[in-house]
Design a protein around this ligand. Sequence first.
Ligand code: FSX
Ligand code: SF4
Ligand code: F3S
Length: 393
Amino acid sequence: MQEQKLQSLEIHEHVIEAAKRLEMGRREFLQFCTAMAATLGLPAGAEAAVAEAVAVKKRPSVIWLHFQECTGCTESMLRAEHPTIEKLILDVISLDYHETLFAAAGHQIEAAKQAAMKANKGQYLLVVEGAIPTKDGGIYCKVGGKTAIDIVKECATDAAAIIAIGSCASWGGMPSTDPNPTGAVGVNKIIDKPVVTIPGCPPNPYNFLSTVVHFLTFGQLPPVDELGRPKFAYSRLVHENCERRAHFDAGRFAMEFGDEGHRKGYCLYKLGCKGPETYANCPTILFGDAGAGTWPVACGHPCIGCTEQGVGFQKPIHQTAKVMTYAPPASFPRIVEEQGKGASLGAAAVLAAVAGAAAGAGAMVAKNLGLSHAAEEAEKAKQSSEQKPAEKV
Ligand code: FSX
Ligand code: SF4
Ligand code: F3S
């Protein structure tokens, strides 16, 4: 049934055009839309709405501001090993102002920003990267003679939605580390509109892309937790999906960097891993598209809790984490829809909160995005030749 639906979409002219524009195969484009729908926790069939939105809808204008930060958020979007992720991001949005990426400078770029805000009044997405210093009237970060505080307020006034990208913009991040000399805070401390936060230092570009695709498909940003983080990405602890979890449960720990336990891939809890108190989908979504093992713990470094306010950049790296899942919680969330009332697409957009396993499915496709068809075929051939002797036994 699903297969048939995908086949009928494959010959849709908008899908053909979109795939061509993105230099992807039609099947690859639809796989991407299916993965995106799964990542967002949408019901079966939603990939058609996602495909239509990406293929047909007018790209939202984006005003992207930079304040106190290292530009790692932008770098993580643009430095994918293969060009696909940043190509997708730059295809689904119309980037009308971005200080790092724009060739223009000075009055020219200021004028471009004002023109974009005027032309897209009430419809543009405001993306803020970096913390906002509040001490001494906000003088520690100024652009074009205006403080970061004034710029955020000005740009937020007519924005349709606001995204704080990275831990700095979400809650102050690294610039707010004690003693926080500039009084750095997140965007939500400056304006009183809702702010969707995508923390991480840097954040995962796939989470940003999924958030924007949700906005494009449904005209609103995805459901968030009490800290403003999209639930599809931040509802599970790193510890829940960690590949070293069996070692934690069995009491096998690395005690020092480079010791036998570390070399064998044992759990990093005793080296200060904050996975047990950090909500993020790093182990399922991974970073870059280099394949398995591209996230901190898999590389042998403890999670420092970079997505978690009060943990990342606050708790010492070697301090052991508060374990929140030692005993099963008293109640678990429902994992199946009640019989009789199928969720509508609109309702699912609002309720798309429980996406732990689905995010894994999305990650698998995300991981493969950009790999050439030939490389995939070669990998498949290799796997099947490796399997053959075993079948004979
Ligand atoms: Fe850097 Fe972004 Fe960290 Fe902050 O990411 S990667 S310091 S979250 O604002 O540029
Ligand atoms: Fe993984 Fe860290 Fe949890 Fe160990 S403590 S299982 S390394 S997340
Ligand atoms: Fe950050 Fe921990 Fe993920 S350090 S990138 S939340 S594994």
